[in-house]
Design a protein around this ligand. Structure first.
Ligand SMILES: [Zn+2]
Length: 86
């Protein structure tokens, strides 16, 4: 299992708003820093779940990825109060 590589990048926002991207070949997660902390938490988890999909060779579908990130964010960010150290 590769460790995902997390990087910050300000995306050009065109049509839909994009705050995170995953590049499976390199295992790179890009996060746009211009989002509230809670959104950033959700986005980061979301993209890491895509990394799991890649590493395990499964496709659980975008809806499930969204749901998993939502549940984890609620449990960890809202429930346990996890925050980034700056
Ligand atoms: Zn996604």
């Amino acid at each position: 299992m590769r460790q995902p590589i997390l990087r910050e990048k300000e995306f050009k926002q065109k049509k839909g708003l994009t705050y995170g991207k995953y590049y499976p070949t390199q295992g790179v997660v890009q996060i746009d820093p211009r989002q509230p902390e809670r959104d950033r938490f959700d986005t980061t988890i979301h993209e890491i779940i895509h990394h799991f999909e890649e590493e395990f060779g499964v496709d659980i579908g975008e809806e499930r990825v969204v749901e998993m990130a939502k549940v984890l964010t609620k449990a960890m960010f809202d429930g346990e109060g996890y925050r980034r150290v700056k």
